[in-house]
Design a protein around this ligand. Structure first.
Ligand SMILES: [Zn+2]
Ligand SMILES: [Zn+2]
Length: 476
C-alpha cells in the first residue's frame, strides 16, 4: 500500500500541528481496498501533519533574496532523506531535484523559497526566529508543498514514464531568481512547467486559473522634479518643486483613466514622495517613486509615453524640470492555452466540477517571475484558495488568536496549512496526467484530502493557535 507512510512514520510530529479529517465516507465508497481504509486515513493524516511541520519549520527561518542558507539546507536535507538527487548551484542558490527516468517527457514543478523583509506580527509556536523577516507570501508553504509532492512521487518512481524536475527557486520577491536558474540550465530537457501561488482571499478548495495573462508586468519608476530652492516666506524668488510634484502626482493619476483603453488593464501608483528637510526652506528637488503595471507591451509603451509627457508638461507649467527613469522588471505571466486547459480539467475533476474552478479576479496585477519559465517552455501558473469563512479578520491576539484570511505581504499573514496537502496532491495528479501514468488510485491518494476538524479541539498538543472550524466537504 502507500509506501510513503513508512517514511512518514520515521519523522517526528511536533506540537502545533493541525488535526485533520478525511472525508471517510467517500473514501470507503471509492476504495478498491476497503480493508485498508483505516490505514489510508492514518497515512493521509500523517502526510498532512508532516507537510504542516515542514511549512512551519521553514516559517521559522525566513531568509531573503539569494541568501537562503538555512532554507536551502533544510530542502537539501529533506531531499537527501528521500534519496532524491538534486543539483544546487552557488550562483542562484536554487535547487533542482529530479525524480523519474531522466528521459523525456519531462515536467517541471516550481516553488519559491524566499521571504520578505517585514516583521511578523502574529504570535505562535512557529513564529519567525529572524527579526524583521517573515514568510508573509507563503513561499514556505510552496516549498513544503513541493517537498510533499516530491515525496509522494518518489515512492512510485519506478512507475513514472518520464521525468519530474522540482525547481526550488530563490529571490522571487526580487530581484528574481528564475532567470539565473534558467540561465544555469534548470529548464534543459523540460517540456512543460507548472507553478502555483496560494491566494488567501479566495475560497479554500477552489482553483483560480485562466489562459493568457494572469499576472502583470511591473515597472518601478522614479521622477525627480527640480525647481529652485529658497526661503519658505519668499516663494516668488523660488521655483517650488513641492507644489510642482503635487500637481505631477494628481496628473499622473489621470493616465490610466484617460489615456488607457478601458478594455485594457493598467495600474499606476505613486508610492513614495521625498523632498525638503526644514519647514521654512523650499527644497531644490522632490523625488517621486512608484509602480506601473500592465499586461501588454502596447499598454506599457503608452504608460511610459504618457508619464514622460505629464512630467514634462506639468513641470514646464510651474517653471521646473523633471526627469523620469523606468525600471521594468518581470515579464507578464501568460499561461499557455493547452496547459491551462489541462490544469482546468484537473481542477474540475478534483475540486468538485466546474464550480471548483474560477477565473474570478484574474488577471492579478501583482507580478511573479514564473513568467520567465513560461517564456521558455509551455506551462501554467495557477492559484489555490486558502480562505475559510471562520477565518474572517485576523488575529492580533497572540496565542488566543485564530488563523487569518488576510492577504499576502501583511505582517499578520498566516498561511492556511490546509492548502498544502491539497496542492501537493494536485501536482501529483498533474504529473500523472502529463506523463501518462497512474501512480496512485483514488483510494490510495484520497481527495479531498483535508477537512478541518469538526470538533475544533481534538488536536493533540495543538498549540496556542486555534484551528478553523469545520467546513463542509465539497461534493464530488
Ligand atoms: Zn510576495
Ligand atoms: Zn509570493
Amino acid at each position: 500500500m502507500l509506501p510513503f507512510l513508512a517514511v512518514n512514520l520515521l519523522l517526528s510530529s511536533p506540537g502545533g500541528q493541525q488535526q485533520t479529517k478525511i472525508e471517510a465516507s467517500k473514501l470507503i465508497a471509492d476504495s478498491q481496498h476497503s480493508s485498508s481504509v483505516a490505514a489510508i486515513i492514518q497515512q493521509a493524516l500523517a502526510l498532512a501533519d508532516w507537510t504542516s511541520k515542514v511549512r512551519r519549520d521553514l516559517h521559522q527561518c525566513p531568509e531573503l533574496l539569494y541568501d537562503l542558507d538555512e532554507t536551502s539546507a533544510y530542502v537539501r536535507r529533506t531531499l537527501d532523506g528521500f534519496n532524491i538527487p538534486y543539483k544546487s548551484r552557488d550562483a542562484s542558490s536554487g535547487i533542482v531535484a529530479m525524480i523519474g527516468t531522466g528521459a523525456s517527457p519531462c515536467v517541471a514543478l516550481r516553488a519559491d523559497m524566499d521571504a520578505l523583509p517585514i516583521p511578523e506580527e502574529i504570535e505562535g509556536p512557529f513564529k519567525s526566529r529572524h527579526t524583521g523577516k517573515m514568510h508573509a507570501c507563503g513561499h514556505d508553504a510552496h516549498t513544503a508543498m513541493l517537498l510533499t509532492a516530491a515525496r509522494i512521487l518518489k515512492e512510485r518512481e519506478t512507475d513514472l514514464f518520464g521525468t519530474v524536475k522540482l525547481i526550488f527557486q530563490p529571490a522571487e520577491e526580487g530581484p528574481g531568481g528564475a532567470l539565473p536558474m534558467i540561465e544555469e540550465g534548470c529548464l534543459q530537457g523540460v517540456d512543460e512547467c507548472y507553478g502555483y501561488h496560494n491566494w488567501p482571499v479566495f475560497e479554500y478548495g477552489k482553483l483560480l486559473v485562466k489562459a493568457g495573462p494572469v499576472m502583470a508586468h511591473p515597472t518601478a519608476f522614479k521622477i525627480v522634479v527640480t525647481g529652485k530652492g529658497g526661503h519658505g516666506s519668499q516663494p516668488h524668488f523660488a521655483i517650488d518643486p513641492v507644489l510642482t510634484a503635487a500637481h505631477v502626482i494628481v496628473a499622473l493619476n489621470t493616465i490610466v483613466s484617460r489615456s488607457i483603453n478601458s478594455a485594457d488593464q493598467a495600474v499606476l501608483s505613486v508610492t513614495m514622495v521625498h523632498g525638503g528637510e526644514v519647514s521654512n526652506v523650499i527644497p531644490d528637488t522632490v523625488t517621486l517613486q512608484g509602480t506601473l503595471r500592465d499586461l501588454s507591451p502596447a499598454v506599457c509603451d503608452k504608460l511610459y509615453e504618457r508619464v514622460r509627457q505629464v512630467v514634462a508638461g506639468v513641470c514646464a507649467t510651474y517653471g521646473a524640470t523633471g526627469t523620469v527613469e523606468f525600471n521594468g522588471m518581470y515579464a507578464c505571466i501568460e499561461n499557455h492555452d493547452a496547459q491551462t486547459s489541462i490544469v482546468k480539467r484537473l481542477g474540475e475533476r478534483l475540486f468538485g466540477g466546474a464550480e471548483g474552478v474560477s477565473e474570478d479576479g484574474l488577471p492579478i496585477m501583482g507580478a511573479e517571475d514564473f513568467s520567465f519559465f513560461l517564456h521558455k517552455v509551455p506551462g501554467c501558473f495557477f492559484f489555490l484558495g486558502g480562505s475559510e469563512p471562520t477565518l474572517n479578520g485576523w488575529a492580533r491576539l497572540g496565542s488566543a488568536g485564530a488563523r487569518s484570511n488576510c492577504m499576502c505581504h501583511n505582517t499578520a499573514f498566516d498561511f492556511n496549512d490546509n492548502v498544502s496537502p491539497l496542492a501537493a496532491v494536485f501536482f501529483v495528479r498533474l504529473v500523472e496526467e502529463r506523463l501518462g501514468c497512474e501512480l496512485y488510485t483514488e483510494a490510495e491518494l484520497p481527495f479531498p484530502l483535508l477537512k478541518p476538524d469538526a470538533g475544533g479541539g481534538a488536536a493533540e498538543d495543538a498549540g496556542p493557535i486555534q484551528l478553523p472550524a469545520a467546513k463542509k466537504a465539497r461534493a464530488k
